[in-house]
Design a protein around this ligand. Structure first.
Ligand SMILES: [Zn+2]
Length: 256
């Protein structure tokens, strides 16, 4: 079987599993419970802090087929939940704005949004790196955000909020995702290594979680790299081989 990278294998499946963004998860859960889900969200923050995972979980919560209505606890087992998780659902459309920057792309989205969802409650558009859209595309998107069809929700994600026009921002509820603390990253790494049945010295976890600089995805990529090195026991020597020149830095980190 092909090796599945850790970031994909251990992507959070529900609001409880999201690491380091508790306040946002709670707010979204409450909005669902109170029936106050906004039609547009703007998720901001550096890469690898859980924006896309949170967007998919919100989409699952809105559309889970094992519930009579939107639920803060999507089942993660029905066809809708499974397809959203792997990005292949008909009603939850993920668009990478970095490669779909033009006004035509958004016009197409608008005409598509007018149709009701194929088999779920809502059509959800997740637009990643939304700041990459052209001015024309933003204008087209703005028109839809001003008068969205009732069955449509937008989740816009960006690493560069200042490039998103104020007119777009003011029509969305904005959530600022925080960098994830080394402690939270380290705890998550520990859980994953336990499931993978791989031993690791505390010092290795500490180093990886600091080197990740607040990004869970970067931490997991680094862990992938260490595992690809072939070690079943992650020791200080292994990390020194993979990330050389770290002894002095390590000592400094120990002191922090
Ligand atoms: Zn479900």
């Amino acid at each position: 079987m092909a090796y599945e990278v850790l970031a994909r294998k251990y992507r959070s499946r529900d609001f409880d599993e999201i690491v380091g963004q508790g306040a946002i998860a709670t707010t979204l859960r409450n909005a669902i419970e109170l029936g106050r889900v906004h039609h547009g969200y703007l998720f901001t923050g550096t890469r690898g802090v859980g924006k896309t995972s949170m967007a998919r979980i919100l989409a699952k919560a809105l559309n889970c087929h094992n519930s009579d209505g939107p639920t803060p606890n999507p089942c993660s087992k029905c066809e809708s939940c499974l397809r959203i998780a792997d990005g292949s659902d008909l009603d939850v459309v993920e668009i990478d704005a970095a490669s779909n920057t033009g006004v035509d792309n958004i016009r197409e989205l608008r005409s598509n949004a007018a149709f009701r969802p194929a088999r779920s409650r809502f059509k959800v558009y997740i637009i990643d790196e939304v700041h990459m859209l052209s001015t024309g595309a933003f204008n087209a998107l703005l028109k839809t955000l001003e008068e969205p069809p009732e069955h449509v929700k937008f989740i816009l994600a960006t690493t560069e909020t200042h490039k998103v026009p104020a007119t777009i921002q003011s029509r969305c509820q904005r959530f600022d995702f925080r960098s994830i603390s080394p402690q939270d990253i380290s705890e998550q790494l520990k859980k994953i290594l336990e499931q993978e049945e791989i031993a690791a010295e505390e010092m290795v976890l500490r180093r990886v979680s600091r080197a990740a600089n607040g990004s869970m995805r970067d931490a997991l990529s680094l862990l992938d790299q260490l595992l690809a090195y072939g070690a079943s026991n992650l020791t200080a020597d292994v990390i020194e081989d993979v990330l050389p020149g770290s002894h002095d830095a390590c000592r400094t980190w120990w002191l922090l």
